[in-house]
Structure formats: structure tokens, C-alpha cells
Design a protein around this ligand. Structure first.
Ligand code: OGA
Ligand code: MN
Length: 279
């Protein structure tokens, strides 16, 4: 227990922490905000249970971590009056667009979001877990030779797979008309708050290393993704209604387990806090 009245406990060896004693439906005081920020730096993924909050409150909370904006490609619909609150909805007749791939949110942007906030409003218990992995750890565990090689590399990130996903079948994903040109990011980025270095590639948006072909890049990218997502480096979250999760896209990837169909309702509200250009 800290002065803020909050308690933190670890959820997995590699990342993930649950904070209790906090009600996000009301404004946090300075002490609580400082405690949440510190826990976020330590755990990379935070879990707040039993939260009942309005979209406006979710936006206000998210804004503590960066500017809140709608999806740059309008990949999902926003809620009425709050285009920056994205709706992820799986229901009869309209499947939720799948996120069953490891990724860091919107890494195809020149300035990807620092943090994402996801509120579980309707959950079918047991289904639709979300997994997270620690990209500091993924980098730290590499050999010094491999770290040195990667430190000098840049990779290309593209939204093309998202456009492709949203084109196919009936889902809550909206068609993306214009796929912007790919962007380049360093393969290893330094977290602006912790100063720690993290691997910053992902199997969904990262197409290849700059200056190499897709074929040449694939074996090394696959190796890195495999190392990053090994079970010891993963926390798997079992959702309960009212859970609010936040994760740091600068040092974690996530994967939405797709083990349900349209008979298992799932409704989430997602907001993002903007971040800096990776460097
Ligand atoms: C996201 C996402 C995972 C989930 O919100 O960015 O990938 O479990 N969601 O819905
Ligand atoms: Mn995501």
C-alpha cells in the first residue's frame, strides 16, 4: 500500500501488474497519478478491475499519458460524440475485426501511440483473452553481437495488412480507402521515460528492414518475433467485465486471442495516448 491508497501486485514474471484501490470513474489526485505512472513504467501493462466509467472519463484518463486522437485511418467506428473512443464489438451477425496477431498499435504511423487503454464492457468469461509480451526483455536477452547488429538497423512499417483485414468479410472494421506510404522506424528504440532500449518490430506491420528485401529480412524478423513471444516473456490476461487495461506500445506487443465466434458477445472501448517518433 502506498500513500496513494493503491496497491500493486505482479501478474507475471515478465510484465503485467494489477493496481487495486483505485476508481477511475473519478479524477485522480497528483499522488495517485504519480503512482500509476511509476507502476506503468515498471509493469508495462496495468490492470484495473471492476471499473465502471463513461467514455468521457476514459478519454480524460487516457489524456494523462498523451493526446487522445481518433484512429488515423478510421479503422473502426468511434462512439457517438467521441470519435476518439473506438468500439471493438463482436456480436451476432457482425464479428469483431480480428487482432489475433502480435503487434504494437499503429506502428505504421510516424508517431505511434505511447499507450493504449482498453475497457472491457461486455465480456463472455473465458473467451477473448489478450496476451502481452515484453520488448525490453526481448532485446536484453539477445547476444551482444545481435544487439549491435540491430542497433544499426531501420525497419519499414505498413498499414497494408490492416486495410486487407478490414476489406475481408463482415466485421466491425471499416474499409480503409487510402493506405498511406510505409514509414521507417529504428529496430531498437529508447523509451523516452525509462531510457531503456526495446525491440521495436512486430510481425503484423513490419514488412522488412530498410535497404533489404522482404525475403532477406524474413528469417531475422521471424527469429526476433519468436524470441519476443516465447511463453516466459508473455502475460495472458483473462478478461472480467469492467477490467480496464493499459499497455505501453513503446515496449510491449499484444495479441488478441481469437477463440470465439459471433455467439460470444465482446464489447470493448479503446483509446490511445499519442507518443513521439521512435528514436
Ligand atoms: C487493441 C487490441 C486486443 C483485444 O485494442 O489494440 O489489439 O483483446 N485489442 O481486443
Ligand atoms: Mn492492438
Amino acid at each position: 500500500m502506498t500513500d496513494s491508497g493503491m496497491e500493486a501486485h505482479r501478474l507475471a514474471g515478465t510484465l503485467g501488474g494489477e493496481l487495486s484501490g483505485i476508481d477511475l470513474s473519478v479524477e485522480q489526485n497528483e499522488e495517485q497519478i504519480a503512482a500509476i505512472r511509476a507502476a506503468f513504467r515498471d509493469y508495462l501493462v496495468l490492470v484495473f478491475r471492476g471499473q465502471d466509467m463513461t467514455p468521457a472519463r476514459q478519454v480524460a484518463f487516457t489524456r494523462l499519458f498523451g493526446p487522445v486522437e481518433p484512429h488515423p485511418l478510421a479503422s473502426r467506428k468511434g462512439i457517438e460524440g467521441h470519435p476518439e473512443v473506438l468500439v471493438f464489438e463482436n456480436k451476432r451477425g457482425t464479428a469483431g475485426a480480428r487482432n489475433d496477431f502480435w503487434h504494437s498499435d499503429i506502428s505504421f504511423s510516424a508517431t505511434p501511440p505511447a499507450a493504449s487503454v482498453l475497457h472491457g464492457r461486455t465480456i463472455t468469461p473465458g473467451y477473448g483473452d489478450t496476451m502481452f509480451c515484453n520488448m525490453y526483455q526481448a532485446y536484453d536477452e539477445l547476444s551482444s553481437g545481435m544487439r549491435k547488429l540491430l542497433d544499426g538497423l531501420t525497419a519499414m512499417h505498413t498499414s497494408a495488412p490492416l486495410a486487407e483485414r478490414n476489406r475481408s468479410n463482415v466485421s466491425d472494421g471499416l474499409p480503409i480507402a487510402d493506405v498511406p506510404p510505409p514509414v521507417e522506424h529504428p529496430v531498437v528504440r529508447t523509451h523516452p521515460e525509462t531510457g531503456r532500449r526495446a525491440l521495436y518490430v512486430n510481425p503484423y506491420f513490419t514488412s522488412h528492414f530498410k535497404g533489404m528485401t522482404v525475403e532477406e529480412s524474413r528469417p531475422l524478423l521471424e527469429h526476433l518475433h519468436q524470441r519476443a513471444t516465447r511463453p516466459e516473456n508473455v502475460y495472458r490476461h483473462h478478461w472480467r467485465q469492467g477490467d480496464l487495461l493499459m499497455w505501453d506500445n513503446r515496449c510491449a506487443m499484444h495479441y488478441a486471442v481469437y477463440d470465439y465466434d459471433d455467439t460470444k458477445p465482446r464489447l470493448m472501448h479503446r483509446t490511445t495516448a499519442g507518443g513521439d517518433a521512435p528514436r
